[in-house]
Design a protein. Structure first.
Length: 378
């Protein structure tokens, strides 16, 4: 008892680590759907982009020195038989913008897309503006959608007499459902030899093998074979080729117990530590101290004594006294047995160790070769 009272920090941590040793070394992973582990090859969104102009701005658009805005407005007017030279256009109610959207793999004509509108000139704000009708093109140069509508801007900017009040980014806006699909797309999921490929979000040989085995057990046939750590080849039976949607639905509903790599993620900017609960730590000795350095400057005024009539050069002097205090808290070291990162962090938190010190301890444990996980520092 006397020893624990003198070495309370070591005893509490040792008890917590001992309790962690009584738990299984690896927690049983939960089964998840194949649908949540990846997607079929060919399932992808297609990026669309275009340029246009936003009108109706209250003097917050591109300045008169922006040649692109004047040229774009002149081109737009020429489509309505209004031929105005760019050099004669003087308006701050127009801004040149870039418009982007994502086309889903099974979009059909008439579907709507959300678009994002960003200013490319020197416009101060897009609040209150409307996007004129403009085409959205894919990487192959074809037009797949048309976009227009009033902008929704989650910010503002007001300035007067050199004073500026701004919230968020008023030069970026969005139009929910602002684009209409004109050319539909259909993803090609099945190859000519009646095969599909399921791609894992996180490549792993063990998980790929388990997915193939689970699918074969579900369908009672050798339909799946792991090609590598990322892809699983699937053969579509002849009886399922006309019922492909039902076949894929059954495929996605298969439950698998995925494997995972041991990782510890550290964000030093926010002081965040995230790791799996079963990441192992080997026996290691840890000693961590706390050094507090305090530097204080005290400024005092030195007044000249009474000497009758003060002569030239006699004045009040400022004297700076610097005081340096060093305080070191003696923290005992401890030796931990084989345990997990979760147990170690929980024990350190219970002892009111701050997150920065926990990060330093984990990095030192990794450098000592006792942390059996990939340490990712963000």
């Amino acid at each position: 008892m006397a020893y624990c009272m003198k070495n309370l920090w070591s005893c509490v941590l040792g008890a917590a680590l001992l309790a962690g040793l009584q738990m299984p070394l690896s927690a049983q992973a939960e089964s998840v759907r194949v649908k949540d582990l990846g997607k079929l090859q060919g399932w992808r969104e297609n990026a669309l982009v275009g340029t246009g102009i936003v009108t109706g701005l209250a003097g917050t658009g591109d300045s008169a020195s922006s040649r692109g805005a004047r040229q774009a407005l002149s081109n737009a007017m020429s489509q309505f038989n209004l031929n105005i030279p760019p050099e004669q256009i003087q308006s701050r109610n127009v801004a040149v913008v870039m418009v982007s959207a994502a086309l889903s793999p099974f979009s059909r004509e008439g579907d709507t897309l959300d678009v994002t509108v960003t200013s490319v000139g020197d416009a101060r704000s897009l609040v209150g503006g409307s996007l004129m009708l403009m085409p959205l093109k894919a990487a192959n140069g074809r037009i797949y959608a048309l976009a227009q509508g009033a902008l929704s801007v989650g910010g503002y900017r007001y300035d007067a007499n050199g004073n500026v009040v701004q919230k968020n980014h008023p030069t970026v806006g969005s139009i929910p459902g602002g684009a209409t699909v004109e050319v539909g797309v259909t993803a090609q999921m099945v190859s000519q030899d009646n095969r599909m490929t399921f791609v894992l979000n996180e490549p792993d040989y063990t998980t790929a093998d388990r997915v193939a085995e689970a699918i074969n057990r579900q369908f009672g046939d050798s339909l799946a074979q792991a090609r590598d750590a990322s892809g699983i080849d699937l053969f579509v039976p002849e009886g399922q080729r006309r019922r492909l949607v039902s076949f894929v639905s059954r495929l996605e509903s298969v439950f698998v117990e995925p494997d995972r790599r041991a990782k510890v993620v550290i964000n030093e900017r926010t002081g965040t530590v995230v790791s799996g609960g079963d990441v192992q730590i080997s026996k290691v000795a840890i000693s961590h101290g706390d050094l507090k350095l305090s530097i204080r400057n005290e400024v005092t005024a030195s007044q000249p004594g009474f000497i009758g009539v003060a002569g030239d050069g006699v004045r009040t002097a400022l004297v700076t006294n610097t005081r340096v205090d060093v305080e070191e808290r003696q923290v005992p070291g401890f030796v931990s047995g084989s345990t997990t990162v979760a147990d170690l962090v929980q024990s350190l938190v219970s002892l009111k160790t701050n997150t920065r010190d926990i990060i330093s301890i984990l990095r030192a444990v990794k450098a000592a070769g006792a942390l059996h996980a990939e340490l990712i520092v963000q």
